[in-house]
Write a protein that binds this ligand. Structure first.
Ligand SMILES: NC(=O)C1=CN([C@@H]2O[C@H](COP(=O)(O)OP(=O)(O)OC[C@H]3O[C@@H](n4cnc5c(N)ncnc54)[C@H](O)[C@@H]3O)[C@@H](O)[C@H]2O)[C@@H](O)CC1
Ligand SMILES: Nc1ncnc2c1ncn2[C@@H]1O[C@H](COP(=O)(O)OP(=O)(O)O)[C@@H](O)[C@H]1O
Ligand SMILES: [K+]
Length: 503
């Protein structure tokens, strides 16, 4: 599933019309029919439906939806929210068809809000991706009224008034219960501040050729088919050496568990051999608990790692660093020296990110892949901006950081954005609020480390790891756990089921 900006969607429409020859009226017919089909699945035969049609092609879709529902026998009428002379082109064509089929259209007079309350379903085709700036009157007041009074609101393509793109914090938008997005979801369906306006959403296909998407966007949602297509199978004659030898550096007297979770998750996710490099005290605590891992003792100052041991990374296929190590200056020296010298992929998480903040040039200059896995607070810290600024434009900030610093960025959150150093972006939607608990990120880092060593590209490894991590939490919530009680260590146990589902 591709994700588009408004401009990309217009380019895709344009490509379909000029290069392929698909007619605009036909695309509108397809859009309206596809949405009407979905609407029939969520309304009752006895529901009274009011379609609100605006001036652009979104309104045009509304007329097709109204005609299709009328033909199926639903009680449907249209409230046209702009003057007659504003309905032009393909939308006018479909308005005429609706009228000729016996459809009734009322003109919005700035009041007549009784139609909003006397119908149990409102279909919002007021405005789509052509929305510019904040919604003007009288539409702004109408939208406020709908949000207050309407019983069930179904938006067409995008909740009216909501920006399609990131970077826009001020708007007046319909609060939809459902949104049927046309062709592909828009970026705003994946942002913390705009996604709630969509309600439940799903895409509908309108016959736009996949070539049109491939040519115009490189952003998409990673799904289970992508995992199945990229995760290598295990061969009967495999040996442990083929599944990677990984090193996890972290832990401290205050946070030993973070290291334990990364180690266990990495082994459960398929790593061949995993070593935990940490303080003597942490090794003592973990070794009986996580018996499949091996351990390497590093030097410490008062229970926190320092840079006095000469850590050899020879023979390791990948390294993860940062979990539970704390923010002592002595530990920072260790992190920076390893980032500088590691001749293998390195994953930097948690406190490791804090320690590299002042030395991003070291990352940019690395000749081997670097992966950073920040949550929004850590990413904002690296960028020197606020979390709010970051979350307004997470795609842009991630992309600019990844390209500038020659690194892979896994920006974690309700929706996780994975960006390659070339700027390719993937969104992971698996996972749920049960993961909003200490340790979830340490588990993810362990899975990432394992995936990187399993014969996929680094980018595929990151996408697969994020999907599998979130899917484990989703399966656990659907079976025996709740958002409240789920623990990071449950997510490790849940991996077993996810791997069975995938294979
Ligand atoms: N090629 C096509 O015909 C297709 C069009 N589609 C539909 O077309 C939509 C995009 O159509 P348009 O480009 O015509 O744009 P819209 O229908 O989203 O809206 C444009 C209209 O809104 C008005 N407007 C913009 N900002 C406003 C504001 N702040 N306050 C009040 N009014 C404002 C403009 O004056 C213009 O009349 C998509 O969202 C989708 O629903 C899809 O059906 C796909 C195919
Ligand atoms: N509400 C949520 N919905 C989906 N995933 C979530 C949610 N909250 C957290 N997560 C996931 O849980 C993990 C949390 O990572 P992080 O914040 O680093 O945790 P910690 O540092 O405590 O280990 C990330 O993978 C994130 O995407
Ligand atoms: K709309």
């Amino acid at each position: 599933m591709y994700i588009v900006t408004a401009k990309e969607m217009y380019d895709i429409d344009h490509f379909a019309m000029t290069e392929i020859g698909l007619d605009g009226k036909l695309l509108m017919e397809n859009a309206g029919r596809a949405v009407a089909d979905r609407v029939t699945a969520i309304v009752k035969d006895t529901d009274k439906i009011c379609v609100l049609a605006g001036s652009g092609n979104n309104g045009g879709d509304g007329f097709v939806i109204a005609r299709t529902l009328l033909d199926k026998g639903y009680a449907v009428q249209v409230l046209q929210v702009v003057a007659n002379d504003k309905i032009l082109g393909d939308a006018y064509y479909h308005k005429r068809l609706f009228e000729r089929c016996g459809g009734i259209i009322s003109l919005f007079d700035g009041k007549c809000t009784s139609m909003i309350t006397s119908n149990n379903v409102i279909i919002d085709a007021i405005i789509g991706i052509g929305s510019k700036g904040i919604l003007r009157e009288p539409l702004a007041s109408l939208v406020h009224y709908i949000n207050r009074e309407a019983k069930k609101v179904i938006s067409v393509d995008i909740p009216s008034g909501l920006p399609a793109d990131e970077g826009k914090g001020e708007f007046i938008s319909i609060q939809a219960d459902y949104t049927f997005v046309i062709g592909a979801p828009k970026v705003s369906a994946f942002l913390n501040h705009t996604s709630p306006y969509y309600g439940k959403w799903e895409p509908v296909s309108i016959g736009l050729p996949s070539r049109a998407f491939k040519t115009n966007t490189s952003r998409f949602v990673w799904g289970i088919d992508d995992v199945r297509n990229s995760l290598p199978d295990r061969k009967p004659d495999d040996h442990k050496g083929e599944h990677g030898k990984g090193l996890v550096i972290g832990g401290s007297k205050e946070m030993p568990g973070a290291l334990a979770m990364s180690l266990k998750a990495s082994l459960r996710a398929g790593a061949g051999l995993i070593t935990g490099a940490t303080t003597e005290g942490v090794i003592r605590m973990l070794s009986a608990n996580c018996i499949e891992a091996t351990y390497k003792e590093l030097s410490e100052t008062n229970g926190f790692l320092d840079n006095r041991t000469d850590v050899s990374l020879e023979g390791y296929h990948a390294v993860a660093i940062g979990m539970g190590m704390g923010r002592r200056t002595c530990t920072g020296d260790l992190v920076r020296s390893l980032v500088h010298t590691a001749e293998c992929p390195i994953v930097i998480d948690a406190d490791g990110l804090y320690h590299i903040k002042e030395d991003l040039l070291d990352i940019e200059n690395r000749r081997y892949p670097t992966v950073i896995t920040p949550h929004p607070g850590e990413m904002a810290m690296l960028l020197g901006i606020t979390v709010n600024e970051l979350l307004l434009e997470p795609f842009r900030y991630s992309r600019e950081f990844a390209i500038k610093n020659n690194s892979y960025v896994v920006l974690k959150g309700m929706i996780t954005i994975i960006t390659s150093p070339e700027g390719e972006q993937v969104v992971n939607m698996s996972g749920n609020p049960g993961l909003a608990k200490g340790g979830s990120g340490d588990v993810l880092t362990g899975i990432i480390l394992a995936m990187i060593m399993q014969g996929q590209t680094i980018f595929q490894a990151l996408c697969n790891a994020c999907y599998i991590h979130g899917r484990s939490a989703d399966e656990l919530i659907s079976e025996k756990h709740s958002y409240h009680d789920l623990l990071a260590s449950d997510v490790i146990d849940g991996l077993a089921k996810v791997f069975r589902i995938i294979s």
